[in-house]
Write a new protein. Structure first.
Ligand code: ADP
Ligand code: MG
Length: 398
């Protein structure tokens, strides 16, 4: 078990906290369009302040590639965080240097300081030892609450953790508990629902779930290649030609491993991806040659929904259709409603799936919606995330 911020005496200590405040902005403005990543970190910050720590935050924003980019400074984020905390938040245009050291040294118990965009320095992504050392010198202990960046071995996510007592923040702990729970001791039966654009993104997660999950349901663009592998014509749908063989083998391997894979029986097709385009619902044997599969059909959605609602737990990664463009969101909506209702332990991958669930207003009704897209997928693949691996185990905490 990983050490958490509850296993440390914070009184008069300085905490260096890696958060993921890589928030979206309204195009070309300094207005934050979605502050969920900031709000999700508040409980950790409040806990630390309440226990008498001074809090030094660090995050990346965008991809400045190791140099200062004025548009990627953190002013709007500092302002939003300050509002959410109802307390002032200091901001220093430095992270590894003397200015940061002076600002960190001047903090009193309960104070909050934000370092500058950590990717302004090349040492961050290079995980340079001197850079990690400079970060470590600012604080007495390190906290990682940035699950969305935990699959990267950078100085502020990995290197620094070897130089200080290192523990998970409350958000990180929640991610590990739910995603780890699905892999280690899921409420059974466990179903996996996989969708999204491509089979190629899901090869390894399929490998991990076959023989582990009790059932697997496939939708989204990736269903096309699976259907093709079963001998169906899929018209102008997304197809990964080189993975037809893989899909055929996967179906057989899954059946042999007692993780049957269910594919759509009907689909919504159209000639273009546009809001007002004419659509039709067809059986998978009747996909017109000029049409694209853009959603699972209503029969499939109803059947997936009914079977998913009866599971002990469901892990879901990838929307069932092109949910960004109505009416192709309908399959995603129907399965999401089913997973959100009842007593299913619902664990939702980050990225597009989290976006779809939030858009439907169902996030609060899921057991857990991950804040990490790539990170949650890698976790479910069974990979050890460097940012998690580097944290102390409870038994070596001292
Ligand atoms: P993430 O963005 O989390 O990595 P994915 O890449 O797995 O998620 O999948 C999300 C994308 O899959 C969405 O943008 C959605 O429009 C697309 N998608 C879903 N179903 C289809 C489909 N039938 N045809 C084409 N694209 C699809
Ligand atoms: Mg993707």
């Amino acid at each position: 078990m990983k050490r958490t911020i509850r296993d440390f005496d914070w009184q008069d200590k300085r905490a260096l906290v890696r958060v993921d405040f890589n928030v979206p902005f309204e195009r070309g403005t300094t207005r934050i369009s979605d502050d969920v990543r900031i709000r999700e970190a508040v409980p950790t910050i409040e806990h630390l302040r309440g226990q008498g720590a001074a809090v030094i935050l660090c995050t990346h924003l965008g991809r400045p590639d190791g140099k200062r980019v004025p548009e990627l400074e953190l002013g709007p984020i500092v302002e939003r965080l300050s509002k959410l905390l109802g307390a002032p938040v200091g901001y220093v245009n430095d992270a590894p240097g003397d200015d940061a050291k002076a600002a960190a040294g001047a903090l009193a118990s309960g104070d909050v300081l934000m370092l500058d965009n950590i990717r302004f320095w090349p040492g961050e992504e290079a995980n340079a030892p001197d850079f990690a050392g400079a970060l470590a010198s600012l604080a007495d202990a390190y906290v990682n609450d940035a699950f969305g960046t935990a699959h990267r071995a950078h100085a502020s996510t990995e290197g620094v953790a070897h130089r200080l007592p290192a523990m998970a923040g409350l958000l990180m702990e929640k991610e590990i508990t739910f995603l780890g729970g699905v892999l280690e001791h899921p409420a059974r039966p466990l179903a996996a629902l996989l969708g999204g654009a491509k089979v190629s993104d899901k090869l390894q997660v399929l490998g991990r779930l076959i023989g582990h999950a009790d059932e697997l349901f496939v939708g989204g663009g990736m269903a096309g290649t699976f259907l093709k592998a079963q001998g169906y014509e899929i018209g102008a749908s997304l197809l990964e030609e080189d993975l037809i063989g893989f899909c055929a083998e996967t179906m057989e391997r899954a059946a042999a491993a007692s993780t049957p894979i269910t594919l759509p029986e009907d689909v919504v097709v159209a000639e273009r991806i546009e809001p007002e385009v004419p659509t039709s619902v067809v059986g998978i044997g009747d996909i017109p040659s000029n049409a694209m599969v853009l959603d699972i059909g209503p029969k499939t959605a109803a059947s997936y929904a009914q079977r998913l609602a009866g599971m002990g737990s469901v892990v879901w990664n990838g929307p069932m259709g092109v949910f960004e463009v109505p009416p192709f969101h309908e399959g995603t909506r129907v399965v999401a409603e089913a997973i959100a209702s009842g007593s299913v332990v619902s664990v939702i991958g980050g990225g597009s799936t989290a976006e779809a669930v939030a858009h439907l207003g169902l996030a609060e009704r899921m057991s857990h919606v991950s804040t990490g897209g790539g990170a949650s997928l890698e976790f479910l693949e069974g990979k050890e995330l460097p940012g998690v691996a580097a944290l102390d185990e409870v038994q070596d905490a001292h």
